[in-house]
Design a protein around this ligand. Structure first.
Ligand code: ADP
Length: 438
């Protein structure tokens, strides 16, 4: 980056020097040309006014050493030239300055000289007798002027380049400094003063940094929770098995212990299943394999499947729904629906009800599970979507809960870019609504 800024500075300064030089040289050349022409014209007019060319015999050759003087008749024939014998000169009628002089009284022209780096300046006037008097002078052209200035230009360029390099490196260092500070102290990025242009970038990094820290903490907590959750049923299984194998249990106990071992193994299995599921959802890329599915059909199947379990708990399970087609991952949606209805049955009261509604609305499909169950106290409502968070641990365990159901639901909703909301009143019931874009 430093190198780039330095090079850009250098480029800008070189371009500036070049453009300035071209401009200055052009302006200077124009002024120079005007000056030479003015000299020529003044001298020509003077010669005309003294009338020396009206009488050819009075001309003295070395009067005009400095200029070439030519006298041309109106038909273009050269009758006098102080540099070249007029007989050797061609007809001058087609020279622009002569043509103009015949036509409008005066004419001027600049032509390349035979000498390199020089130009010939011509000025011509029409005399009283119809002839044209032309004065010429050889003078420098733009290239020779440029060449004359070249050493100064080079010295100036070198000086400017050196100054630019010093200033540019100073500038780049001061521009880069806050960025280097940021890179060296990611922990305290907020306290480093930088430019306002960098602020969005810093905000994003601070946010990402925070997210990474949070997710690291969450992962740690999750691992600790998983170990703890797995340990409980395993300890129970191991304990009962030990008693049986020692022959310390009588026949009636063996059956009871075997039942406990069976119950705890099932719990272990559902825990492991949920953990695997959740970690699969975690690692999966954002894109999921979607197909066209009808939420109503899925809910219908889940309700049919859970009727038995609802019956056992004396809970009335009903549903009302219309076809609600959308694109989603069928297995994930089945799990989401199952978890929500299962919770509504498990956290219900005797003779309570669960009502499930399905309908499409505004480019979305809506699933609404309402129960008249035990409800969730306000202070727990925010947290029940966290992994292993349970309002009443023993109730959850008794009913085969793992504490991961709602965490999985939340994940699935997010994978489908949907929304979830919870309304609950302690002791009265709960309503969970899910919206998924079609
Ligand atoms: P669990 O396996 O314990 O049911 P979930 O993640 O499904 O785990 O739910 C987390 C907690 O949220 C539950 O332990 C329970 O306390 C509470 N909960 C979930 N659904 C309901 C509901 N419909 N009514 C009352 N409490 C609920």
């Amino acid at each position: 980056m430093k190198r780039k800024i330095n090079l850009q500075f250098l480029f800008v300064i070189c371009m500036t020097i070049l453009v300035t030089m071209i401009l200055l040289t052009t302006i200077f050349t124009e002024i120079f040309k005007e000056e030479v022409m003015e000299d020529l014209s003044t001298y020509t007019m003077e010669l005309k006014s003294i009338g020396v060319f009206e009488n050819m015999d009075a001309i003295e050759e070395d009067t005009f050493q400095e200029f070439r003087v030519t006298l041309v008749k109106s038909d273009g024939v050269v009758i006098y030239d102080n540099y070249i014998n007029p007989n050797q000169l061609q007809n001058h009628g087609n020279r622009p300055e002569i043509r103009d002089a015949i036509k409008q009284g005066y004419g001027q022209a600049i032509r390349k000289s035979e000498t390199l780096n020089k130009s010939n300046y011509y000025y011509a006037v029409k005399l009283e007798n119809g002839c044209v008097l032309r004065l010429a002078k050889e003078s420098e052209n733009i290239w020779s002027i440029l060449m004359r200035f070249l050493p100064y230009i080079l010295v100036l360029t070198i000086v400017l380049v050196v100054i630019t390099i010093i200033i540019a490196s100073f500038f780049t260092r001061s521009i880069i400094k806050p960025i280097e500070k940021l890179a060296n102290d990611m922990e305290h990025m907020e306290s480093v003063t930088t430019y306002k242009e960098l602020q969005p970038f810093i905000d994003t990094i601070v946010k990402q940094h925070g997210d990474i820290l949070r997710s690291a903490i969450m992962r740690q907590e999750f691992t600790a929770n998983v170990s703890h959750e797995l340990k409980t049923p395993l300890t129970a299984i191991s304990g009962y098995a030990e008693i049986i194998s020692n022959g310390m249990a009588d026949e009636a106990d063996v059956a009871r212990f075997a039942n406990e071992i069976h119950r705890n193994s099932n719990r272990l299995l559902s825990l492991i299943n949920d953990i695997i599921h959740l970690s699969e959802l975690d690692v999966m890329d954002n894109a999921i394999e979607k197909e066209e599915i009808d939420l109503n059909t899925i809910v219908q199947t889940a309700v049919d499947m859970l009727q038995l379990s609802a019956g056992k708990r004396q809970v009335r399970l009903t549903m009302s729904g219309v076809a609600s087609i959308f694109n989603g991952d069928k297995m994930m949606i089945e799990e989401l629906v199952y978890n929500l209805i299962n919770n509504a049955i498990r956290y219900n009261k005797q003779d309570g009800t669960v009502h499930v509604e399905v309908y499409p609305a505004d480019e979305r499909v809506v699933l609404c599970v309402t129960d008249t169950g035990i409800g969730i106290p306000k202070e727990h409502q925010e947290r029940i979507f966290e992994r292993f968070y349970r309002v009443d641990k023993s109730h959850s365990k008794q009913t085969g809960g793992t504490g991961l159901g709602l965490a999985i639901v939340k994940h699935i909703v997010a994978k489908h870019n949907g929304d979830i909301s919870l309304e609950s009143e302690y002791g009265k019931g709960t309503k969970i609504t899910v919206w998924i874009p079609v």
